[in-house]
Design a protein around this ligand. Sequence first.
Ligand SMILES: Nc1ncnc2c1ncn2[C@@H]1O[C@H](COP(=O)(O)OP(=O)(O)OP(=O)(O)O)[C@@H](O)[C@H]1O
Length: 251
Amino acid sequence: MLQFENVSFRYAEDDFDMMRNLNFQVEDREFVSIIGASGCGKSTIFRLINGLEKLQQGRILVDGRPVQELKNYSAFMPQKDLLFPWRTIEKNICLPMELAKVPKAEQEKRCKEVLEQVGLSEYAKKYPKDLSGGMKQRVAFARTLLSGADMLLLDEPFSALDYLTRVDMQEWLLHQWEHYHKTILFITHDVEEAIFLSKTIFIIQDRPFSQMERVEVPLSYPRNREDLKRPDIVELKETLIEKLRRSVMNP
Ligand SMILES: Nc1ncnc2c1ncn2[C@@H]1O[C@H](COP(=O)(O)OP(=O)(O)OP(=O)(O)O)[C@@H](O)[C@H]1O
């Protein structure tokens, strides 16, 4: 379980807090999205979780232990795939294992398994330039998985993709999540994407923010895109859009 306890943070360049006494928690294996206006601090939450920024007050705990004491508890996947163009797909996927000095035979075994699972076995020897945008994000996801962390931090991973690829990738991601049973925190600007994927949605509405409104999506898994047409889901979507619009108008 991930817990934020009274977390406050401001960037050194700023003279105002970005978040103040923030409390929230995420259960193991939950799929949680964070939505909020541009610049409200969504990515900063990820940077605090993975230790890239130091919190100035409060605690971030994973299974009751401060993250400063832990290693390899979270893995980050950015919007851009960040694959190395001169490495083959399998070599890109193996990179974190190479750095962690995992024995070569084990690297190959894990790489083969994950490529099969993400549906890209026949692309192992190809280069990133040979793959479509959606395929490259699958490779980036595979690499994130192979870090071995139980919590995946996905920062707008599909925002650069065209609409149809994006829709496919959402279904694909849910399938992966059901297979791997990881905890996923997912940042998106797309309310429908958040509803389709998540069990829980956190909304950032204020600046600075000291709380995120928590909304439970009334859909079970596995999900079907038809569910998005249900009147209560259409209404939820409108409500969330309205909340975001209000937060943009009252920064
Ligand atoms: N390293 C940094 N140093 C100083 N200020 C930063 C840094 N990173 C982000 N900021 C500022 O902090 C604010 C929040 O940034 P953050 O990236 O967390 O927002 P966000 O909600 O993820 O935005 P977006 O939706 O546009 O990606 C922004 O105003 C940004 O300019």
